[in-house]
Design a protein around this ligand. Structure first.
Ligand code: ADP
Ligand code: MG
Length: 610
């Protein structure tokens, strides 16, 4: 009989290994973000299209890679992080198995651009199912940018197995939260289908919590701080009354690495005993610092589970630290929740409404609106807003409604979210391709999508211009533009600002530029058109008004790239628009002073029927 055993080709071996490391788009996001952390980046930008099924881009300003390293990084078991077996016991980095990039490259079309600070030129690599298609020198900024396109396109069974965009996006957001919560000392951003979901600036842990979960968390936190010879623990826990019925806001980090540990979770929950009902989960973000020799990180391929050498001691310290924090906030855990009279019906009710839904970015529960609902709503609004003269709301009435809404503090930044939190059912609905309809506490809110988006973009752009922090999405097919000499001179004048907006441009011969990258939130428009539009609009605005050039630029780009009427947008996008609008400094007006939203008061609606 002939010999039958063969070594698997690398590409197949990598695909098999990928099964462990890359389960879904969120795994890619996690691995790439962790690589960026390991590269000592302090600015990490994530761009997602179609819940990561079409595109995932992670850009960092870290140490970058040399040409050879860039090529090597794609090999399986290629890592710069361990050299000897002993190193395994001193791991301080996120990754070390050297499998992530090889695995991702095996199941996608990947592009990498990277440059180390000491070199003038970087390198670009294009890989398709593990096969390197292109490697060449390229001008790019210091750091690394990895683009992963069409994940699992070469393994249809895996691709079909992916869940809906909503579900996959939630996983991505969770990974993003885990990483960014673990490093409040770094800047992060997450863009989803051209909309900024998060733009996090470095600061204290409390600030990061608020940036990620909303302002109402501010008053809900109790600090944990405990130092023993064995380990240090610090962070924040949620006060008992903020506990929720859904899990998902429990974060545990050991030596800055997010970990899952049923055992430690139990230690924390047990410290809340008697303070929260059995079926509720407290919020927590806790960091343990412990000598790496006392843990074994390598027990799980995706590295979220670890083993402590001395589990019981760790358990006891964690539990006592949490108890102490609860006690320090006068929340003595001596009452039995089930029996105590203080927790009467009202209190229970409060618990329920609080946890009924956790409102935050991406977390507005989407109740399905039936076609009947939609039709009756449509009829209703048509009547209210245009046709029926007897029911028509006069302009000044709307004005009044709006005025009161704008003045009421409850529609300020957090107020809106808090109000939402109390509701059980919130729908969003796009009306005539132009407006978002949604329920708010006092009635019904109508948001003008285009104007609201313009306001959001304007403030984002202004912010980028003033902080110098921006994200840039790589052009897949960099285009060149040739200007007339006077426009080119104008461009010279605003070149720095244009870069800060997120356009990565380079000179390309006389009066010409090439666009290598563009702001991730300019929408699915042609980059060249956006750029030309920006310059055109800038000239128009500049001739009309004298404002600082930053403001003109921010206004121009916002005006050109805001979502245009008639474009269908999904539920998540609508929620993102509402969230982002109310996070603006001036949510009520578009940059040119037009109203962005109206609130139709319940009382007013009532009168329409009487
Ligand atoms: P691991 O992180 O486990 O070492 P990866 O496959 O994720 O394995 O990465 C392989 C190697 O590529 C890393 O050890 C590192 O040297 C290099 N690398 C990957 N991503 C980056 C990045 N964003 N910046 C700099 N170097 C990187
Ligand atoms: Mg890695």
């Amino acid at each position: 009989m002939t010999d039958v055993i063969q070594l698997l080709p690398d590409s197949i071996a990598n695909q098999i290994a990928a099964g462990e490391v890359v389960q879904r788009p969120a795994s890619v996001v996690k691995e790439l973000m962790e690589n960026a952390l390991d590269a000592n980046a302090d600015e990490i930008n994530v761009i997602i299209k179609e819940a990561g099924k079409a595109l995932i881009q992670v850009t960092d300003n870290g140490m970058g890679m040399s040409e050879t390293d860039a090529r090597m990084s794609l090999e399986r078991h290629a890592t710069s992080k361990i050299k000897t077996a002993e190193d395994l016991f001193k791991i301080k980095t996120m990754g070390f198995r050297g499998e992530a990039l090889a695995s991702i490259a095996a199941v996608s079309q990947m592009e990498m651009r990277t440059r180390i600070g000491s070199r003038d030129i970087g390198s670009q690599l294009e890989v398709d199912s593990s096969e390197v298609k292109l490697q060449r020198p390229i001008a790019c900024s210091t750091g690394t940018s990895v683009i992963v396109k069409n994940l699992f396109y070469n393994i249809p069974a895996r691709r079909n197995f992916l869940k809906s965009n909503g579900v996959e996006m939630r996983h991505i957001v969770e990974e993003f939260q885990k990483v960014s919560l673990g490093r409040p000392d770094l800047n992060f951003s997450l863009f989803q289908n051209d909309l900024a979901s998060y733009q996090l600036t470095k600061g204290k842990l409390t600030q990061r919590i608020v940036q990620l979960f909303g302002k109402n968390y501010q008053s809900q936190l109790a600090a944990v701080n405990e130092s023993t010879p064995h380990l240090k623990i610090n962070g924040f826990i949620g006060k008992p009354e903020s506990a929720k019925k859904t899990r998902g806001e429990q974060f545990f980090y050991v030596n800055n690495r997010y970990i899952k540990s049923g055992y430690l979770n139990h230690a924390i929950i047990s410290a809340y005993e008697g303070l929260i009902p059995k079926d509720q989960f407290p919020f927590y973000v806790l960091f343990i610092d412990i000598d790496p020799a006392h843990i074994d990180v390598n027990v799980h391929p995706t590295k979220t589970e670890i083993k402590f050498v001395d589990e019981r001691t760790v358990y006891a310290i964690v539990r006592s630290a949490v108890k102490q924090a609860l006690g320090a906030h006068n929340l003595s855990p001596s009452i039995d929740f089930e029996l105590d009279v203080n927790f009467g019906k009202e209190q229970l009710h409060k618990f329920e409404t609080f946890s009924e839904k956790d409102y935050g970015q991406f977390r507005t529960p989407q109740t399905k609106t039936s076609p009947e609902d939609i039709r009756s709503l449509e009829n209703f609004y048509e009547k209210v807003l245009q046709n029926d003269p007897s029911r028509k709301i006069g302009n000044d009435e709307l004005e009044l409604t709006f005025q009161s809404a704008a003045n009421a503090p409850e529609y300020g930044h957090i107020g809106f979210q808090e109000k939402q939190q109390e509701q059980t059912k919130v729908f969003t609905f796009q009306l005539h391709g132009k407006y978002i309809l949604t329920q708010v506490k006092s009635g019904l809110m109508l948001v003008d999508i285009n104007k609201a988006h313009e306001r959001i973009l304007f403030e984002n752009y202004l912010n980028r211009l003033s902080t110098g922090k921006y994200a840039s999405q790589q052009s897949l097919f960099p285009q060149t533009i040739t200007f007339n000499p006077s426009d080119f001179a104008l461009l010279e004048d605003i070149r720095d600002e244009i870069k800060k907006l997120g356009f990565d441009i380079e000179d390309f011969g006389k009066n010409s530029i090439i666009i290598n990258g563009y702001p991730p939130d300019v929408g699915d428009q042609d980059e060249k058109q956006v750029f030309e539009g920006l310059i055109e609009q800038y000239k128009i605005f500049k001739s009309e008004l004298t404002l600082p050039k930053e403001e003109h630029l921010a206004r121009s780009l916002a005006h050109r790239s805001a979502i245009k009427p008639g474009k269908f947008i999904g539920g998540e996008e609508m929620n993102a628009i509402i969230d982002n609008l109310f996070a603006c400094k001036t949510p009520n007006f578009s940059p040119d002073g037009q109203v962005t939203f109206f609130i139709l008061d319940l009382n007013k609606i009532e009168t329409l029927f009487n």
